[in-house]
Design a binder for this molecule. Structure first.
Ligand SMILES: [Zn+2]
Length: 531
C-alpha cells in the first residue's frame, strides 16, 4: 500500500493486517471495583462489534456460574466473523466449562494459559518446568478433543515478559502445544517491568522459532506506562494478534489501550481493520459504564488533549487548522469521531491569532486587527482577577465591550426618522453631553455622517455590508451585524486620508445596527484625539 509513511513500516508488516483481540470483558471486567452485570456486558459487547474488533474474550467461564451464564449468553449473540473466546486455566474443569459456553458461537476459541517464568513456576505455581509443560500440552490436547474440528485454540505463556533467561524452555513448550493443536501463541507482558525493546526482542525470537501458520499474539500491561509502545513495536516484530482493552481497562495500571494502538498503527500507514470513528464515542461510553473517569490528559480521548494554551502552539495550531497534518496534533479529531481537533483556550500567554480563532469559533465575526485590539484586554483580564484561562462568557463580554460598544466621545442613544425616511434624527451623547442632531441622506449611514458634520467631524464611507450572525448566544439579541469601513477627512471638502477603520454594530433593528456600526467606527477613529 502506498502511504505517506511507508518508510516507517518495516517490510515484515507489509503483508499483514493487525488482528484486534479485545479483553475488556475479561481482563477489564475482572479489575473493576464493581464488575459488570449481564446487561452491562451486553452493552460493551455491542460497542466492541461497532468498533469492529476481530476477536472478543467474553470472560472466564469457569470463574463462577454468573461468569458462565454471561459467556454462554454472549456466545449465542456472536456474529459469524468475530472470534469468541473464553479464558481457562490449564485444568480440565475450566476447559470444559469454557467449551460449554463458547460452543454456541459460530467462531469459538478457548484460551488456556499457564505460567512459564522461572520465578512464577517456583514461587506461585510451585511446579517443576517439566510438569508445567505436560499440563500445557495435556490441556491443549483436551481442548482439541472437545472442539473436534471447530474453532481455534490459544495458548498463553503467562509472564512471558519475565522469560528472558529460559527462552529455550518456553519455545519448547510452544512447539509442543502447537503439535497438540494450538494455533495462536500469546506472549503476555503480564507485569510490565522492563523496557519495550527487551520484550520485543523476545517476541522476535518466538516469531523466528515457530512455524509461519501460527498466529503470534501479544498481551501487554501498562505498569510502567509503555504498553502501547510495546504492543505497537511487537506488531512490527511479527506479532499479528494485538490484545487490547477499551479505555485501557485492566488489572493495576490496565491493559494496552486499543485506541492508542489503533491510531499509532494508522499513523504508520498500516491498514487498521477497525471503525476508528467509533473510538471517541466508545471512550466516553465505557468510562460511564465502568465508572472509571477518563483522565483529562488521556491520549486521543482526554477532554484537554485538544487544547492549546501557549502563544507559539496556538499560532501553529491556528495556521494548520485546516490541514491534514496539524502543527501540534497527532491525528485529526474526525479520525476518531471527535468534533474538535484543536481547541484554543485563552490564557495570559495567548496571542492575537488565538483570540482570532477563539472568537471565530464562538460564531462571532472578527478580523486579525480586531483580535490584536482585543488581546491586551483579555490578557489583563486573565492576569488581574486570577482567572487564568478565560471562559467563553468572559471572551464574549470583552468582545461586546471592545468591539460592539466602543467607548469614545460619541455615544449613540436613539434615532427616529421622517415619514419618507429622507431625514433622520439622532439622540446622541457628545463628549458626555446629550444632544439631538439630524441629517438628510440616501440612508441612515449617509444621513448620520451628514449630521455629525455639524459637530465638525468629517468621514468618508469606504465600505458597508451586513453579515448574518452564525451564533445562537443569549448575549446577543440580534441575527445580523453591520460592518462598515470608514476613513477620516480633515474638512468638508478635504479628501479622505489615514487608516481605514472597521466598525461593527449589532442590534435587532437593522437601521440601528447600521448607525451603531458607524458610531463604533467613528469612536475608534477619534480615540486618542483631542476632540
Ligand atoms: Zn492480562
Amino acid at each position: 500500500m502506498a502511504s505517506p509513511n511507508a518508510s516507517v513500516t518495516p517490510a515484515s508488516a507489509q503483508s499483514r493486517r493487525p488482528f484486534f483481540y479485545d479483553v475488556t470483558l475479561r481482563d477489564g471486567n475482572q479489575a473493576l471495583r464493581q464488575p459488570w452485570n449481564l446487561e452491562e456486558k451486553e452493552r460493551v459487547f455491542a460497542q466492541l462489534l461497532k468498533l469492529g474488533v476481530q476477536g472478543i474474550e467474553i470472560g472466564f467461564a469457569g470463574a463462577s456460574d454468573m461468569d458462565f451464564a454471561a459467556c454462554e449468553y454472549l456466545a449465542k449473540k456472536a456474529p459469524d466473523d468475530v472470534v469468541i473466546s473464553s479464558l481457562a486455566r490449564a485444568v480440565p474443569r475450566d476447559i470444559e466449562r469454557a467449551w460449554e459456553a463458547v460452543k454456541h458461537a459460530p467462531n469459538p476459541r478457548i484460551h488456556t494459559f499457564i505460567t512459564t517464568s522461572m520465578h512464577n513456576m517456583e514461587h506461585v505455581l510451585r511446579m517443576p518446568p517439566e510438569e508445567v509443560k505436560r499440563r500445557a500440552v495435556d490441556s491443549v490436547a483436551l481442548i482439541r478433543k472437545l472442539m473436534g474440528g471447530r474453532g481455534s485454540i490459544q495458548f498463553s505463556a503467562e509472564h512471558f515478559g519475565d522469560c528472558g533467561d529460559n527462552m529455550d524452555f518456553v519455545i519448547d513448550v510452544f512447539r509442543s502445544v502447537i503439535e497438540a493443536g494450538a494455533t495462536v501463541i500469546n506472549l503476555p507482558n503480564t507485569v510490565e517491568r522492563y523496557r519495550p525493546q527487551l520484550f520485543v526482542d523476545l517476541v522476535a525470537k518466538v516469531v523466528a522459532a515457530l512455524p509461519r501458520h501460527v498466529t503470534i499474539a501479544v498481551h501487554t500491561h501498562n505498569d510502567l506506562g509503555m504498553a502501547t509502545a510495546t504492543t505497537v513495536e511487537s506488531y512490527f516484530a511479527g506479532a499479528t494478534q494485538l490484545e487490547c482493552a477499551l479505555n485501557g481497562l485492566g488489572e493495576r495500571a490496565g491493559n494496552t489501550n486499543i485506541y492508542e494502538v489503533a491510531c499509532a498503527l494508522h499513523n504508520c500507514g498500516e491498514n487498521v481493520p477497525l471503525h476508528l470513528d467509533a473510538i471517541y464515542e466508545s471512550a466516553l461510553l465505557v468510562s460511564e459504564w465502568a465508572q472509571v473517569p477518563l483522565y483529562e490528559k488521556a491520549p486521543l480521548v482526554g477532554l484537554d488533549v485538544v487544547a492549546h494554551r501557549s502563544g507559539i502552539h496556538q499560532d501553529g495550531a491556528a495556521k494548520t487548522k485546516g490541514l491534514e497534518k496539524g502543527a501540534y496534533r497527532a491525528i485529526n479529531g474526525s479520525l476518531i469521531g471527535r468534533k474538535e481537533s484543536d481547541r484554543l483556550a485563552f490564557t495570559s500567554q495567548s496571542g492575537k491569532s488565538a483570540v482570532f480563532e477563539i472568537v471565530r469559533d464562538l460564531g462571532l465575526p472578527i478580523t486579525m486587527e480586531e483580535a490584536a485590539t482585543l488581546q491586551p484586554r483579555l490578557k489583563t483580564l486573565s492576569e488581574s482577577n486570577g482567572k487564568g484561562e478565560l471562559s467563553d462568557a468572559d471572551i464574549v463580554m470583552a468582545y461586546e465591550k471592545e468591539i460592539l460598544q466602543v467607548s469614545g466621545p460619541l455615544e449613540f442613544r436613539d434615532l427616529s426618522m421622517s415619514s419618507h425616511e429622507e431625514e433622520f434624527f439622532f439622540d446622541i451623547g457628545w463628549r458626555g453631553e446629550a444632544m439631538k442632531i439630524s441629517g438628510a441622506g440616501t440612508g441612515p449611514i449617509d444621513a448620520c455622517m451628514k449630521a455629525v458634520e455639524k459637530l465638525g467631524l468629517y468621514f468618508h464611507l469606504v465600505g458597508y455590508r451586513q453579515i448574518a450572525l452564525n451564533v445562537d448566544r443569549a448575549e446577543f439579541a440580534a441575527d445580523a451585524v453591520t460592518e462598515i469601513k470608514i476613513q477620516k477627512r480633515a474638512g468638508k471638502d478635504e479628501p479622505a486620508s489615514g487608516p481605514v477603520i472597521l466598525g461593527r454594530g449589532m442590534d435587532t433593528d437593522t437601521i440601528k445596527a447600521n448607525v451603531r456600526a458607524l458610531f463604533n467606527g467613528m469612536n475608534l477613529l477619534l480615540r486618542g484625539e483631542k476632540t
